[in-house]
Design a protein around this ligand. Structure first.
Ligand code: HEC
Ligand code: HEC
Length: 156
C-alpha cells in the first residue's frame, strides 16, 4: 500500500515535469512576433519598438489608435491593425516616409541607428499634440506650447 502510494507520487512528479518541459519547448518554438503589413517601417522591427512608435504617434497628434486604424467590420472598438481600409493610415505612411527622409538626409549623426529610428525631427516637432499642426502664420494669442519630453521613439 505504502509502495503504491509512493509510485503514484512519482508518477505525478514525472507528469508535472513533462508538462513543464513541453510547455517550455512550446514557448521557445512559438513564432516570433511578425508584423504583417509594414510598407515603411523596418520589417524586422520588434513588437516593443513598434508599440513605442505607435504610442508616439498618438501622443504627437493627440489621437487614439483608431484615428489611423480600421475596425474589424467597421467596429472601431476592435481594431485590425494590419488592414489598410482606414485612409488616414496612408496619410500617416507618407508622413513617416517624409520624416525618415528628413532625418536621414540632414540629421543622421548616429549611423549605428536605422534611419527609421532617427528622431531629430519627429511627428511632435510639427504636430505639437494636434491632428493638424498649429497654424504658425497667425499671431500667437495663447501661450507657446510647453515642450514636453518627446515620447521615446526607439523604446524606453
Ligand atoms: C498617425 C497614425 C497612426 C496611429 C495614431 C497609430 N498607428 Fe499603428 N500604424 C500606422 C501605420 C501608418 C502603420 C503601417 C506602417 C508601415 O506601413 O510600415 C501602422 C501599423 C501598426 C501595426 C502593425 C500591423 C501589421 O501587422 O501590419 C500595429 C500592431 C499598430 N500599428 C498598432 C497601433 C496601436 C496599438 C496604436 C495605438 C496605440 C496605433 N497603431 C496608432 C499608423 C498609426
Ligand atoms: C515637417 C512637419 C511635419 C512632420 C515632421 C509631420 N507632419 Fe504630419 N502633417 C504636417 C502638416 C503641415 C499637415 C497638414 C497637411 C495638410 O493640411 O494638408 C500634416 C498632416 C498629417 C496627417 C493628416 C491629418 C488629417 O486630419 O488629415 C497625419 C495623419 C499626419 N500628419 C501624421 C504624421 C505622423 C504620423 C508624423 C510622424 C511620423 C508626422 N505627421 C510628421 C506636418 C508634419
Amino acid at each position: 500500500m505504502q509502495m503504491k502510494f509512493r509510485s503514484n507520487k512519482k508518477l505525478v512528479a514525472i507528469a508535472f515535469f513533462t508538462i513543464m518541459v513541453s510547455g517550455g519547448v512550446a514557448a521557445i518554438r512559438a513564432p516570433r512576433f511578425q508584423p504583417r503589413n509594414l510598407k515603411v517601417l523596418p520589417q524586422d522591427i520588434s513588437e516593443q519598438k513598434l508599440d513605442s512608435i505607435m504610442h508616439s504617434y498618438c501622443y504627437s497628434l493627440g489621437v487614439e489608435c483608431k484615428f489611423c486604424h480600421a475596425g474589424i467590420d467597421g467596429n472601431k472598438n476592435n481594431l485590425d491593425f494590419a488592414s489598410d481600409k482606414e485612409p488616414m493610415k496612408e496619410n500617416a505612411r507618407s508622413m513617416i516616409t517624409m520624416m525618415i527622409d528628413i532625418n536621414k538626409r540632414y540629421f543622421w549623426y548616429d549611423t549605428t541607428k536605422q534611419a527609421a529610428y532617427l528622431n531629430t525631427v519627429d511627428c511632435y516637432t510639427c504636430h505639437r499634440g494636434e491632428e493638424l499642426p498649429p497654424d504658425n502664420s497667425k499671431p500667437r494669442t495663447n501661450k507657446p506650447v510647453d515642450k514636453k519630453p518627446l515620447f521615446p521613439f526607439g523604446g524606453k
